[in-house]
Write a protein that binds this ligand. Structure first.
Ligand SMILES: [Zn+2]
Length: 341
């Protein structure tokens, strides 16, 4: 029986005759230090692998953001640059920009039999902090489908930036503190940069976002903000004439806050008590479809979000076989030697 070369095994599995690589592993599997895992970016749903004993690969920025947020050093990790190529046994792995957040990458895996491209989370347009995802032709494309439904088409980024600034100005005029409730890394730094470039409004960040932002400035992304853990940060927030960017919940934000979220889901969903902007770090439907069209692989595996809908459309319109990743049973992964949990 032929072994599947690409599949799902508590993470994306890509395997050749000699080598088995696990990319963005999820919880539920313990890994040995001689196993090789590749992490695409620093969002917490992709970084479980940093907690395993396996040999871990990521970009330096991804490792730095993860360590800054967790305040813990990761052992047995090797950092890679975008454009770098490394070899693991008979397999060559190339790191490509994913455009999703600072340090985010895709992995191209080349064996003697096939090439596979795993996108992780991608964004195919430039933002104020990232460049559009790179394209690479391949036999197997494993692509995210978060916004893979044809109704998810985002406005131009410049329009969304203008809408955010205009709403912010009007809230400040009303005596409110425009407050963006976001994850700790990626989007918040784009928001900080947006206000730095287009306005003179001071920006205050909660301490968690300030830690991730510090990694950005260390890596050449100019950001000006006040850290709420400092006296100056507290004073600025209290003055009221500022923007607040925070991961905090409702109880920890100022009473005169006017709250906003920035997410692609805002295309269809209203968020009670929030103003919402469809500013996403992911590709929208059209970007995903075009990406597949340009890469033109022999087979596409879609994962997360609207994977079936995007897969169906790819088959219908592009005539490329597409479907979900096959689940590969652990018994077929003898080399992974999962330890008893
Ligand atoms: Zn992500």
């Amino acid at each position: 029986m032929r072994t599947e070369r690409v599949g799902w095994a508590n993470g994306i599995l890509i395997q050749s005759e000699e080598t088995r690589l696990l990319l963005d592993p999820t919880l539920g599997r313990r890994l040995h230090e001689d196993q090789h895992i590749f992490i695409t970016h620093a969002h917490s749903d992709h970084t479980y692998g940093f907690n395993t004993a396996a040999k871990k690969y990521s970009t330096r920025e991804t490792l730095q953001i993860h360590q800054a947020l967790k305040d813990r050093e990761v052992k047995n990790a090797q950092t890679l640059k975008v454009g770098e190529r490394i070899r693991v046994d008979d397999t060559e792995i190339t790191v490509l920009n994913a455009g999703h957040m600072l340090g985010s990458c895709q992995y191209e895996v080349a064996t003697s039999e096939f090439t596979a491209l795993y996108t992780g989370d991608i964004n195919c347009v430039d933002t104020l902090t990232t460049h559009a995802a790179e394209l690479r032709t391949c036999d197997y494309l494993i692509i995210e489908a978060t916004y893979g439904h044809p109704s998810y088409i985002f406005p131009r980024r410049s329009t969304m930036y203008a809408d955010i600034v205009s709403w912010t100005m009007s809230e400040i005029r009303e005596g409110k503190i425009p407050t963006f409730q976001v994850y700790s890394s990626g989007k918040p730094q784009e928001i900080v940069r947006l206000f730095n470039i287009y306005t003179k409004i001071p920006v205050v960040c909660c301490p968690t976002i300030a830690r991730a932002s510090h990694v950005h400035t260390d890596n050449g992304i100019k950001l000006e903000y006040f850290d709420l853990s400092t006296a100056e940060g507290k004073r600025t927030l209290k003055s009221g004439s500022c923007v607040y960017v925070t991961t905090a919940g409702r109880n920890q934000i100022p009473r005169n806050a006017s709250r906003a979220v920035t997410t692609g889901w805002a295309i269809h969903r209203a968020f009670r008590k929030f103003t919402s902007f469809p500013l996403s770090s992911h590709a929208d439907h059209n970007q995903l479809f075009e990406f597949v069209q340009k890469v033109h692989p022999k087979k596409v595996y879609t994962f997360t979000g609207y994977s079936d809908i995007l897969g169906g459309e790819i088959e219908r319109k592009l005539g490329i076989r597409a479907g979900r990743l096959p689940v590969i049973a652990q018994t077929k992964l003898l080399d992974f030697k999962a330890t008893a949990t």
